[in-house]
Design a protein around this ligand. Structure first.
Ligand code: MRU
Length: 388
């Protein structure tokens, strides 16, 4: 366990272990990730998920690969020269980037490592020094996540308290709704939206955290539930269909969500169902806050229409995890949680986008570790230049 609840990745530098999030909350299985290919598979199959966490694993897997190579005797061929190292590493980074398309943090991490590679070579460093620079940068991607999560959580928490006070509230006893899982499991620690909730709890301002189940993957009911329980934060789970009812019958002070990609005008891709919550929040005049690290902001894309949306396999929307027969063993002899089919076999039409895009118009604030952006009076889009 990390200082703040759960943890998704453990590493001593060379060896990396991740908790298999497909099996949580009932089974805590640690899996070794020994190669870049295994990291790619773990991200694609969602054994690890959450935009910052997948970027951390991708970066750490490259660092571990190079660190092991530097220690091996005889050294592998790709350590013959900076150019051979470059020819080896570039396709690996490109491959890691293809694991999941919507979360831009993954691309930000692979671009950052590519930049380090090119800069070190341009400086005329020898192959060992170039590899060492990549290892250091890869580890930095993961290490710096926790500190910035705490900073953005404080930024967003303080902003929200001021907003509530400006509307005549006390800024205490806050009820917050969140979507998906954005805590320590989805990051390297503390979390983004769940970090903000944790900050409010730690400062005595939170009454209750509400969270949606976040079907079909149940990141809310499986992972957020577990994290909130571990952190002893008072919380209430709701089904995804209950957001409107919650707003009609309870005093909710804000909706706070993480992000997989925030583009130049503030349009934001996040877990499917986020847009529904934003529409309902606007109707009920509830502040809607998006929070994520600067690496989630993609200034190269002008608006939400340019965000690639990942569609998951139809079968993932046709099953729930089984309670009656909790485990089975698959053809490879691995333990798997049995799934119960909730549709007829062979259903032809299944729509299963993993994310939706919430237009900037429906977002009250975009929070990063650098600060809080709000729209100018009468404007529908953000100028994010102050928070990136
Ligand atoms: O499909 P997932 O579980 O990777 O989706 C995760 C989310 O949508 C999170 O809200 C987002 O990555 C932010 S995590 C801090």
């Amino acid at each position: 366990m990390a200082a703040h609840g759960m943890t998704s990745i453990e590493t001593d530098g060379d060896s990396i272990k991740i908790v298999n999030q497909l099996l949580l909350p009932h089974t805590t299985e640690w899996i070794e990730v020994n190669t870049v290919e295994e990291a790619h598979d773990a991200i694609k199959s969602m054994k690890i998920r959450g935009a910052p966490a997948i970027a951390s694993l991708a970066a750490l897997s490259l660092a571990s690969h190079l660190s092991r190579a530097l220690k091996s005797s005889p050294p592998p061929d790709f350590l013959a020269s900076p150019e051979s190292l470059r020819a080896h590493v570039e396709p690996m980074l490109a491959f890691l980037y293809t694991a999941r398309p919507t979360a831009v943090n993954l691309g930000a991490a692979t671009r950052r490592l590519t930049k380090t590679l090119h800069a070190s070579i341009a400086e005329g460093k020898n192959v060992r020094a170039v590899a060492e620079d990549l290892i250091a940068e890869g580890r930095k991607v993961a290490d710096e996540d926790v500190g910035r999560n705490k900073q953005m959580s404080k930024n967003g928490g303080e902003w929200l308290i001021e907003q509530v006070k400006a509307r005549g509230g006390t800024g205490e006893g806050l009820n917050i709704l969140t979507v998906c899982n954005t805590g320590s499991l989805a990051t390297s620690g503390y979390g983004t939206a769940l970090g903000l909730i944790t900050y409010l709890h730690e400062t005595g301002k939170l009454n209750k955290a509400y969270y949606t189940q976040s079907t079909p993957y149940h990141q809310g009911s499986r992972l957020t539930a577990l994290e909130l329980q571990t952190l002893k934060i008072p919380s209430v789970m709701i089904c995804d269909t209950m957001v409107g009812s919650l707003f009609q019958h309870h005093d909710i002070h804000a909706v706070v969500v993480g992000a997989d990609r925030i583009v130049r005008n503030g349009d934001t891709a996040n877990k499917i169902g986020t847009y529904n919550a934003a529409v309902l929040a606007a109707r009920h005049k509830i502040p809607f806050i998006v929070i994520g690290p600067v690496s989630t902001v993609d200034l190269d894309v002008a608006d939400g229409s340019g965000i690639p949306i990942e569609h998951r396999p139809p079968i993932e929307a046709c099953v729930v995890r089984g309670a009656l027969y909790p485990f089975s063993v698959n053809a490879q002899g691995q333990k798997e949680q049995a799934a119960v089919m909730i549709t007829p076999e062979g259903l032809e039409g299944v729509y299963n986008p993993s994310f939706d895009v919430t237009p900037a118009e429906l977002i009250s604030a975009v929070v990063t570790e650098k600060g809080v952006a709000v729209k100018k009076e009468g404007e529908k889009e953000f100028d994010l230049s102050g928070v990136v």
